[in-house]
Ligand binder design. Structure first.
Ligand code: CA
Length: 530
């Protein structure tokens, strides 16, 4: 009898069967929804496609998503540009390359000429360093090469950038991807009436400096540094001309240069060079003065904001530094525990202030096998699985009433607690990841156990197929039986088009994993603000 009722009851469609006409089949064979094009685009900008996914190689996944981006930029260029600028202004993406590709696509391909022009106008804001500009030029090449707008757009960058900044570019970012600043200048022909700027253009093209203007002192210092015979000599020049370490030739970069760089270079450099500082035995256990200096620098909320440090930058620094050896395998260092702790603090602090929603949360981490594949934002070893744990920790710590568990083909306590160190929490998920995927489990479990929840947050690649009920149906069932208008936030951890969130249900929402704005978006949505 029961089997007949179960079979006839609506809302009991297995995930490998289409439950609604607007569903699409995911890579695992299950049926889910497609996110909006805008959301898919945002996923690409934030997560990137490096390392591919469990289901697709890097090459295939990248082709799929860049084809999508090309199409979206062509037809919906204005929307694409709006998203690009939001991502840049609010520091939402950990890596700039996907944003640069997307901007190049809009600038070159949009069917609307006003949008193409607007994209060029946005270039100085998106390409914030010389490296970014040179990457951008390589992408422009892919979308049809130089034209009149390209020349004008690139020229404008050189014509309008503050002179001090351009001087810094001249010593820091000479070439990337087979492009040099000299190439960019030769092709774009910027024009200026300012003699000093002209002198700098000339220096960038042929290496000769014909100006005594003090703004270009950094260039003079760099020219001297290129002749430096020793680490000591280079460090003295660095101090005198306030040079960043990039202006020093690699052969002269010894311990004295690194010590000076600690004073001259900023927070971003510090985060990326903790291992180098260790290798040169500047940053070692017991070197309290330097430890203190670095701890206070990397945990300074204001500096993190001003330096545009994305939470992933801090997490990456922590993952690399605590390993005690470079990923490329050229050298080891002694790990200073205080630095690891400071990086953990930097990770949480770099999300900015989060307004807790004060609601009851169930946080469900997809710990199935597919989540252990790929590199979020190209960070070596940062799988969707680890990235979602780090994200979830943030909510777990800020929301008093939150319960965190993991699911694959069952929903289980993976032992994560709010007061776990980030390192400990990451280890707990890493050790328990395997099995099939059923994204309906958090709701079914809460229903079965009478757990009160206003919000379910599910961190997943949306490759669900295993369950007997679709996640959106499980949520409806939970709402009906518990009498709580529970909401669902789906945190997408791979750059695909799939989601378990029902687009027709205003109580379900997609956010992008490791979007710098995600915690505040989740919190506002949980409060019912939209
Ligand atoms: Ca899976």
């Amino acid at each position: 009898m029961k089997h007949l009722i179960n079979a006839l009851r609506p809302n009991n469609t297995p995930q490998i069967v289409k439950a609604r006409a607007d569903q699409v089949q995911n890579n695992a064979g299950g049926f889910v929804f497609a996110v909006t094009d805008a959301n898919r685009f945002l996923r690409f900008l934030i997560l990137g496609t490096e390392g591919g996914t469990f289901y697709a190689t890097e090459a295939r996944q990248t082709k799929l998503e860049t084809d999508f981006v090309r199409n979206f930029a062509t037809l919906e260029g204005a929307t694409a540009l709006e998203i690009i600028l939001d991502v840049v202004r609010y520091n939402r993406a950990p890596k700039v390359e996907p944003t640069l590709v997307a901007l190049a696509a809009v600038a070159k391909l949009s069917v609307d000429s006003a949008t193409r022009k607007a994209a060029w106008d946005a270039l100085p804001e998106v390409a914030r360093t010389g490296t970014h500009l040179l990457h951008f030029l390589e992408f422009v090449q892919m979308f049809g090469g130089w034209g009149r707008l390209t020349r004008a757009g690139v020229a404008k960058v050189y014509e309008t950038m503050p002179l001090e900044k351009l001087a810094l570019w001249a010593v820091k970012y000479k070439s990337r991807d087979g492009w040099t600043q000299a190439d960019a200048l030769r092709l774009s022909h910027p024009k200026t009436a300012d003699a000093t700027r002209n002198a700098l253009f000339k220096y960038l093209v042929d290496g000769v400096l014909e100006s005594n203007n003090a703004t270009l002192n950094i260039v003079r210092g760099h020219m001297l540094a290129l002749e430096a015979k020793s680490d000591k000599e280079a460090a003295a020049i660095m101090r005198e001309y306030k040079l960043p370490i990039e202006a020093i030739p690699t052969h002269a970069r010894g311990v004295k240069v690194y010590r000076t760089a600690l004073a001259n270079n900023g927070l971003t450099w510090t985060l990326r060079n903790l291992g180098n500082l260790g290798k040169h035995e500047l940053l070692v256990p017991g070197a309290w003065e330097i430890i203190e200096q670095i701890v206070s620098r990397v945990t300074d909320a204001e500096a993190l904001r001003k330096g545009r440090i994305h939470p992933i930058d801090a997490l990456k620094a922590m993952l690399v530094y605590k390993g005690g050896r470079s990923i490329k395998g050229d050298g080891t260092w002694k790990v200073v525990p205080q630095i690891v702790d400071a990086l953990e603090k930097a990770f949480y602090t770099s999300f900015g202030t989060i307004q807790p929603a004060g609601k009851r949360f169930v946080l469900g981490l997809d710990i199935s096998g597919s989540m252990t594949w790929g590199n979020i934002a190209g960070v070596h070893g940062l799988t969707p699985n680890l990235a979602s744990t780090a994200m979830a920790m943030l909510t777990l710590r800020s929301e008093k009433h939150s319960h965190i568990m993991g699911f694959s083909d069952s929903f289980r306590d993976i032992g994560i607690r709010a007061n776990d160190s980030l390192e400990a929490a990451l280890r707990k998920t890493q050790n328990q990841s395997f099995g099939g995927t059923d994204c309906a489990l958090p709701m079914l479990w809460a229903l079965e156990n009478g757990v009160q929840a206003d919000v379910f947050v599910i961190y997943t690649d949306n490759e669900t197929y295993f369950g007997k009920v679709h996640p959106f149906e499980a949520l409806r069932r939970y709402r009906d039986k518990m009498g709580i208008a529970a909401r669902l936030v789906v945190v997408g951890m791979t750059a695909t088009q799939f989601s378990i969130a029902d687009p027709k249900d205003a109580g379900m929402m997609d956010v992008v994993g490791f979007d710098g704005s995600a915690p505040n978006i989740i919190s506002s949505f949980a409060r019912g603000e939209f």
